[in-house]
Design a protein around this ligand. Structure first.
Ligand SMILES: [Zn+2]
Length: 387
């Protein structure tokens, strides 16, 4: 049964009440009542200022304090860019930029940080001047904004068209949001699906890149139907889920163990290092890339994304993709096989391993109902590498 989470729904209802104060019209009556108790600080500014930078709010009404607590606890889920969301109103910067003249910007229709963007970066003053008919006198505050921007906004902002959450879009839109409580409720719900997996979060951290759910789903299913031999796929599956106990992980479990890489004995043996980055392993990956090129005329990038997660930017014809996957899966297998060995597997070993797999796959693909084009791939392989 899909029962709503009442606690989250209550939070969503409280947060939805914050939307009207951002719209460019007279605020609801409760705002003036709560404002009196906040003393000098404007309610919108209080909201968007980080808790440790806020003015004293001890005299605020209990309703205000509850709203602020819910907002502070959920802000990261509601907004997508941190520490300063792009939906932050410009006027709230007066607490972080001394003597900042926000009025000059508001008068010209620039109300949110989002309006200052061009291609994921802070727009030039000339661009903003033309876009919003800003006066030349705004240049000093633009310089103040520019120096503040360098420390507060990630550089550059990726995927600018999708960076705002629905909550932020409702704030910026200046029109009443449609079903605001439901929109916020969905953002507050715990993340589900592949993006919520710890291994995906760790991979994204290693790749220094956030990838869409679809890309991860494709990677998780990249080897589906590749072979009848489940053990052949074991290493690749374990790699995706980061199952392997690498030195840094073992050292956190037992402090007496070294966290240094087993192969180079120089750097920390992180998952990425052990599987790709290690200076001792790089020649192996280069040879694998060269082998792939010999057989498919494709040069795949020397990156963990392409080699370990089997994510490529191009869609290849089926037989090429099939062989490419087999080579990479086999290459990963041999790394696991030589896990503690000081040397890498040679290309001769990799070819022999692939030839054995080829024989098995080739035989299977000739038998009805599994009959397919796959044996032709292995016949070509056999011609190049006769056994
Ligand atoms: Zn190493």
């Amino acid at each position: 049964m899909s029962l709503p989470n009442v606690k989250l729904y209550h939070k969503a209802a409280v947060l939805a009440s914050l939307l009207p104060i951002h719209q460019n019209k007279p605020p609801p009556q409760w705002v003036s009542i709560e404002q009196q108790w906040l003393q000098s600080q404007d309610i919108q500014t209080t909201l968007w200022t980080l808790p440790h930078l806020r003015a004293n709010i001890t005299k605020a009404l209990p309703a205000t304090l509850t709203t602020l607590k819910i907002w502070d606890d959920t802000r990261k889920l509601l907004c997508s860019c941190h520490p300063t969301p792009l939906s932050t109103p410009i006027k709230t910067l007066i607490h972080t930029i001394p003597d900042f003249n926000f009025r000059i910007w508001n008068r010209c229709g620039v109300f949110y940080i989002y309006s200052l963007l061009e291609k994921g970066e802070l727009a030039s003053f000339d661009y903003l001047k033309t876009a919003y008919t800003l006066p030349n006198t705004a240049y000093y505050s633009y310089l103040q904004l520019r120096s503040w921007w360098k420390t507060q906004i990630p550089h550059p902002i990726p995927q600018i068209t999708t960076i705002l959450t629905h909550f932020e879009k409702s704030i910026i839109a200046d029109t009443p949001a449609v079903k605001p409580i439901s929109t916020i409720y969905k953002l507050l719900l715990p993340q589900q699906g592949i993006k919520s997996l710890t291994c995906v979060r760790s991979w994204e951290k290693d790749l220094n890149q956030t990838l869409p759910e679809q890309t991860w789903l494709a990677a998780a299913n990249a080897t589906r139907g590749l072979t009848f031999c489940a053990s052949h796929l074991e290493t690749t599956r374990k790699n995706f889920y980061r199952w392997y106990m690498v030195p840094t992980r073992l050292a956190t479990m037992d402090p007496q163990l070294s966290s240094t890489c087993w192969h180079c004995k120089q750097e920390a043996g992180t998952f990425l290092h052990i599987w790709w980055k290690c200076i001792k392993l790089q020649p192996y990956w280069k040879e694998v890339i060269s082998l792939i090129h010999q057989h498919t005329s494709i040069t795949i990038p020397n990156s963990p994304k392409a080699l370990l997660l089997l994510m490529w930017d191009t869609e290849y014809p089926k037989p090429i993709k099939y062989l490419l996957l087999h080579i990479l899966v086999a290459a990963q297998n041999l790394i696991a096989k030589n896990w503690l060995s000081p040397t890498n597997a040679t290309m001769r070993e990799l070819i022999r391993h692939l030839s054995q797999i080829g024989k098995f796959e080739s035989n299977i693909s000739r038998i009805p109902p599994n009959k397919s084009w796959r044996h032709e791939v292995w016949e070509n392989w056999e011609l190049k590498h006769p056994t």
